[in-house]
Ligand binder design. Structure first.
Ligand code: SF4
Ligand code: SF4
Length: 174
């Protein structure tokens, strides 16, 4: 856990974000336990670290708006399920930071988006989405959606592998 002194805090940036989206006020409850990081799929495939982003916001460090990191979150909400504090809404904070980044004229760079696609590819191909999205199986409609997304992003081989598996099963049966 990080150690901070009183002089490390600066509430200006935090107050601005709360003015925009009131729910952001809850990030002050963050105890820096890191549970969100441990369960974050973006962290599994990159250096993305939401705890560090929260800590930057609470220290008033606006450089976070220029950082590539805010573009690497999948907005999957896993962090919300493991956070010991009920009301911290990280995906909402990330959306707010992305909006602010655009408003200040930064936004994502081409390489950020390229990396995001690469991360998504790894995320999808290492089975995280398919095997453990909600601690259980995905409903068929969601599988269809993912297939659409993968077709769009030209990520086909995960599903090929799954299709091959089911083909093999069908062969055995016949
Ligand atoms: S919403 Fe973002 S920060 Fe939270 S677990 Fe998903 S990728 Fe990680
Ligand atoms: S799990 Fe919640 S309290 Fe713990 S570091 Fe993440 S946001 Fe903060």
């Amino acid at each position: 856990m990080d150690e901070y002194t009183d002089s490390d805090w600066n509430w200006d940036f935090y107050n601005e974000l709360v003015d925009d989206v009131e729910e952001n006020k809850n990030i002050i409850q963050c105890i820096s336990c890191g549970k969100c990081v441990g369960d974050c799929p973006a962290t599994k495939v990159s250096e993305f670290n939401i705890r560090k982003i929260i800590s930057k916001v609470l220290r008033g460090d606006k450089s976070v708006l220029k950082d590539s990191d805010i573009w690497y979150c999948y907005l999957c909400e896993r962090c919300k399920r493991v956070c010991p504090k009920d009301n911290i809404n990280i995906p909402l904070l990330i959306i707010n930071l992305r909006n602010e980044s655009f408003k200040k004229g930064f936004g994502p760079r081409y390489n950020d988006l390229r990396k995001y696609v690469e991360m998504s590819e790894r995320f999808l191909t290492n089975g995280t989405v398919l095997e453990d999205p909600l601690d259980g199986g995905l409903p068929p409609e969601r599988m269809e959606e993912l297939n659409e997304i993968c077709n769009f992003a030209r990520i086909k081989y995960v599903f090929k592998a799954r299709k091959n598996k089911s083909k093999a099963k069908n062969k055995k049966r016949s």
